[in-house]
Every structure is written in C-alpha cells, then in structure tokens.
Design a protein around this ligand. Structure first.
Ligand SMILES: *Cc1c(COP(=O)(O)O)cnc(C)c1O
Length: 359
C-alpha cells in the first residue's frame, strides 16, 4: 500500500512544499535558539505583521497578535472582552464548541443555532442589550458552509454596540475577508496558511483594543491588554513559536496578494462543486444543497456511512487522503480542503479517482 501522497484533509492540511527549504533555512540561520526578547526576533515579528497586513488586506489601523491556536483565541476573547456574556450564532461543531468554552468562563453566554442550508436571518435575531461580544464562524469547517460578507455587514449594522468576533480559521489567507466589517478575526495556521500547527493569528479593530483597555483584565498570561502592551514592541507575553512565525513570514513573502488567491480559490471551488454535482454517482451528494451558503475552502460530500467508509479507504489505497466527517457529520460525510497550498494538478488526480470509481 503506497503512502498517501495527496492530502486533502481540511486541517491540519498540506503544507506548502517550500516549507521544507524554509525549515532548513531557519536551522542554518540559527533561528531555532534565538531569544524572544532579542532584536532578531523583533525584526522577524515586525516584518511578519507588515506582510500579513499587506498580503491579506488587513486595515493599517488594525492590530495583529500571535497566539497558539484558534482554541486559545476563544479563551482570550472571553476572558478579556466579555464582562458578562457573549452571544453565538452557529450551525456546526466549531461554532458550538466556541459557545461551550465561553459558557465555562462566562456562564450567562448563550447562542442560537441556524440551519445548515440557510443564511443567518439577521433581521429577526434577538440579542440581549448587555451582550459584550457577538460570535460567528465565518467558515464552518465541520460542515462546509460559510457566512457571506453581506451578512457580517448586516450584523455589524444591526448591532453596533457589541464587538463582533469572527472565527475565520479555515478561510483566512484563502478568502479575501473584509476585516473592516468586524472587530476580531482569528485563524490558526494549519489550514489556509499551509503551515504546520502551533500558531494562530488574531486581528483586532481599534475599538477592540479600546474595550480591552477599559475592562483591563490582566489575570492571565494571554490577557489581551498584556498581549497588546508586548506587541507594541512586536513581542509576545510568552516564548512564542518562533519557528512557525518565521515560516509564516517566508510563506507570506512567496504568496500572491489575497485578491488573486481568492479569485483562484473561488473558481476552483465552483469547479469542484460542479464536478461533484454533475459527474459523481448519485450515491454521493453535496451536503450543502444551497449554493449561497457553500464554503469556498471546505467541501463536504454526503453518503451512506458504508459508502463514505469505502470511498475513504479506496482513496487511501490510491495515495489520496480525504478528510473525515466531523461532529454530527462524522460518519456520513467526507471533507475535501480547497486550500491555497494544494495544486490544481492535485485536484486533477482527485477528479480522475472519482471518475474511475464513482462516476
Ligand atoms: C480547526 C478549527 C478550530 C480549531 O483550531 P485549533 O488550532 O485546533 O485551535 C477552530 N475553529 C475552526 C472553524 C476550525 O476550523
């Protein structure tokens, strides 16, 4: 049985081929043992923040922070920006998990689930007036849905007082997100950034920092005000993942601007959706029937559990790793990442596999 050579798992996912060279470069340049208070680190960190802003179209007055994971960002946001409660609008496992974490820390937090096939009905939403933070998952990795730009803008307009936080873990660095339309955006790097796990990027609006300062919560190593104070000099509150920050820097240098990546990725997503809709056997179908809410970066394909199992095993025999289903959809879906580090040719091989066995 050949080792799987093509990896379509939606996170951790395929890393850029160039990461191999960058790893050697980091070793040779002596970066693996540098001090996180050194000038060298500050230079890399500062440069990486500048590159993130340039390549991802992040507004100049927004703040960029490094954390360890998206999960850590859930904790940071609740501890530092929620005095009483957050309100969560979700349709899948990651959004729900965020609410579960938030409740452990701020028990008054609550949420509302919306249908997988539907958009959020912003006009009818009931949000208590003492809500500190509204939380959404822009790209729900567990079921392959996404929240459109306009919906986020409508939320922002309808609820101008609470901060709006967006989990963009499986879309940041893939889709051209309009950061200006929400306050907090975060992602870990093992998805669209094409990097190994162990680092997250969190982007905050000026008013987020203003709120954090007002609340002035300083009890944790990752309290946002402490992160902010350290980041004034491009440092972190703890010894960070210097290697991954370096890899992020290198990968960003090599990548085109997000506008271009977005264009290529959305086009490829459309082709993949058309392919599964039109050319693959009727025993397999797209989980998300409503084209308006389909994710551009994660596709979910549905079938009988036995069929799904068979497809995954068969794919593995051909050296193709498909993503398992997740949460409620663990057994009756598989997922396919449409991430920038995966080449068009690799999707060619994937399509050939489905044409050969499941057309
Ligand atoms: C992967 C993922 C997470 C969790 O990321 P970690 O880096 O493991 O904390 C959170 N939210 C979404 C939407 C994800 O896709």
């Amino acid at each position: 049985m050949p080792e799987p050579t093509l990896n379509f798992y939606p996170g951790p996912s395929k890393v850029y081929d160039q990461v191999k060279d960058y790893l050697i470069m980091a070793f040779d340049e002596g970066l693996l043992g540098i001090q996180h208070r050194s000038e060298k680190f500050v230079e890399i960190s500062k440069n990486t923040v500048a590159l993130l802003k340039k390549k991802l179209n992040i507004p100049q007055d927004y703040y960029v922070f490094f954390a360890s994971s998206a999960t850590e960002c859930w904790e940071i946001l609740t501890q530092s920006l929620v005095k009483r409660k957050s309100f969560h609008i979700y349709n899948g496992a990651f959004g729900q998990k965020w609410l579960d974490y938030a409740r452990k820390i701020r028990p008054e937090s609550s949420g509302t689930a919306f249908d997988l096939q539907a958009e959020i009905n912003v006009a009818d939403l009931q949000v208590a007036s003492d809500t500190d933070l509204i939380c959404i998952t822009q790209n729900e990795t567990s079921n392959g849905t996404q929240i459109k730009e306009n919906t986020i803008l409508n939320l922002f307009n309808r609820f101008p007082d609470p901060l709006i936080a967006v989990d963009a873990t499986s879309s940041m660095a893939g889709i051209n997100l309009k950061f200006i339309k929400a306050d907090i955006w975060y992602a870990s790097v093992q998805k669209c950034f094409g990097l190994p796990a162990g680092l997250a990027v969190m982007v905050c609006s000026p008013r987020t920092i203003y709120r954090a300062k007002q609340i002035n919560e300083r009890r944790y190593y990752n309290s946002l005000v402490l992160m902010y104070e350290k980041m004034l000099n491009f440092q972190t509150t703890y010894t960070p993942n210097v290697l991954n920050i370096f890899l992020l820097n290198k990968v960003l240098e090599q990548r085109p601007l997000i506008k271009q990546i977005d264009k290529d990725l959305t086009q490829r997503a459309q082709q993949l959706y058309d392919f599964f809709q039109e050319q693959v056997t009727s025993n397999l179908g797209l989980l998300v029937e409503n084209p308006d809410v389909r994710s551009y970066t994660v596709l979910a394909v549905k079938g009988e559990p036995k069929m799904i199992e068979d497809v995954k095993k068969n794919a593995a025999r051909q050296g193709i790793t498909l993503g398992n289903g997740y949460g409620a959809w663990a057994k009756n879906t598989f997922r396919i990442a449409n991430f920038p580090a995966i080449m068009d040719e690799e999707y060619g091989v994937l399509k050939d596999f489905f044409l050969k066995f499941y057309a």
